[in-house]
Design a protein around this ligand. Structure first.
Ligand code: FBP
Length: 255
């Protein structure tokens, strides 16, 4: 299924806002705790997609930016081997206007088979309704010692291709060369870099993004590095310059 609706010039910047479930409101401040703020930011910042869980989509989604509905999720209150089960149907995602469903697979978890099985079903249902299926593939659990190691990230990317994801969201390895192998391993599945916790500086983050793009990534799905920024719209503009206009970090920062 095509990811076209989420792309401009073949690239895309997706705004992720499912952290309220995954991490709780500790990620938020007075401003970004309000989902309306994020919806406005997604439109004003010209994001190519916005990621919500069902509850936020029902109450805040305004159809100005293509929606990716996360159909599974978990809290971070439970410890142990991670598993995130389906909590929204594909049919409901479609009714809410989603153009894609998102699903997290904790590869390497003792429970990965549950998520692989669920994703398989969800991907078929999504495609039948002409929606894309985006897999967040996060290697995690006792068996995973370093989730940004080259072979682990490349494996995550490949899992996405193998299970039929139209796009795969993976962590950056830290350098262009190793990430290139991950992108290659993903084949025709489009690769989106996962943002991660707020980087020490804006430039640090932009360099990661530039590295992922140079390695062949289609774009990124980012949350905290945008809406935790002191100037989220400025960060959105910088990402547009880098990702869509394909500028260097230095060029993007000029004027
Ligand atoms: P961030 O850019 O804020 O990292 O968001 C990307 C994301 O994949 C979210 O969709 C998700 O809530 C979060 O990261 C998961 O983070 P964690 O690595 O703690 O599970």
């Amino acid at each position: 299924m095509s990811m076209e609706v989420f792309l401009r010039e073949g690239r895309g910047v997706l705004l992720a806002y499912d952290q309220g479930l995954e991490h709780g409101p500790t990620d938020f401040d007075e401003r970004n705790v309000d989902p309306s703020f994020i919806m406005k930011l997604a439109a004003a910042g010209r994001f190519n997609g916005v990621v919500f869980q069902k509850g936020l989509a029902e109450k805040y989604y305004e159809r100005r930016v293509p929606l990716i509905l996360k159909v599974n999720g978990k809290t971070n209150l439970v410890k142990g081997e991670p598993v995130a089960r389906q909590i929204c149907s594909v049919k409901r995602a479609s009714e809410l206007g989603a153009k894609a469903v998102g699903y997290t697979i904790y590869a390497g978890s003792a429970h990965e088979s549950i998520m692989l099985e669920e994703f398989g079903r969800i991907q078929e249902q999504a495609h039948a309704l002409k929606m894309a299926a985006i897999a967040w593939i996060y290697p995690r659990g006792e068996a995973i010692k370093n989730d940004t190691a080259l072979e682990i990230v490349a494996y995550a990317a490949r899992i996405g291709l193998e299970v039929g994801a139209d796009a795969v969201k993976i962590k950056y390895t830290g350098d262009v060369e190793s990430f290139r192998w991950a992108v290659k391993s993903a084949g025709k599945a489009k690769v989106f870099m996962s943002g991660g916790p707020k980087a020490p500086t804006e430039v640090d983050f932009l360099k990661q993004v530039r590295g992922a793009l140079d390695a062949g990534a289609t774009g990124l799905a980012v949350g905290r590095n945008v809406w935790q920024s002191s100037d989220p719209l400025k960060m959105a503009r910088l990402l547009q310059r880098l990702v869509i206009e394909n500028l260097s970090v230095e060029e993007a920062l000029q004027n």
